[in-house]
Design a protein around this ligand. Structure first.
Ligand SMILES: O=c1ccn([C@H]2C[C@H](O)[C@@H](CO)O2)c(=O)[nH]1
Ligand SMILES: [Zn+2]
Length: 129
């Protein structure tokens, strides 16, 4: 499973000296290419960034603007769920039916859609006059 492998692998590079909670994320661009990111914390705590944000930034930097799948993984008692800000970031680049898999390093996973994660999202239709 390439998405899972990419997320597991990048998670090892997570910089999480404050929370000690390492997260890895991988997104599949519409081209099929996979982009990975990890959380990057900061001594100024609010400046830390989530793994999902890193993966999306890598996709955009590579010139892709649509993602078809997301996977996020952490060592947690049950699958972690992207934070509210990351849900909005994912929704910017995904269809409502794109799949988001939340996994643990212990082998548990849950898959939902972007629409289920962020129902009634604020989107571009709201700013179109
Ligand atoms: O979906 C998530 C949830 C949390 N974190 C990070 C933020 C912070 O560095 C650490 C603890 O919240 O985990 C992510 O990267 N992705
Ligand atoms: Zn987040």
């Amino acid at each position: 499973m390439p998405l899972l492998d990419a997320a597991r692998h990048v998670r090892e590079n997570a910089y999480a000296p404050y929370s000690h909670f390492k997260v890895g994320a991988a997104v599949r661009g519409a081209s099929g290419e996979i982009y990975a990111g990890c959380n990057v914390e900061n001594v100024s705590y609010p400046e830390g960034t989530c793994a999902e944000a890193g993966a999306i930034a890598a996709m955009i930097a590579a010139g892709e603007t649509e993602l078809t799948e997301v996977l996020v993984i952490a060592d947690a008692p049950h699958p972690i769920s992207p934070c509210g800000g990351c849900r909005q970031k994912i929704a910017e680049f995904a269809r409502h039916d794109a799949k988001v898999t939340m996994a643990t390093t212990r082998g548990e996973s849950v898959t939902v859609t972007v629409g289920e994660l962020l129902p009634a999202a604020f989107d571009q239709s709201h700013i179109t006059r």
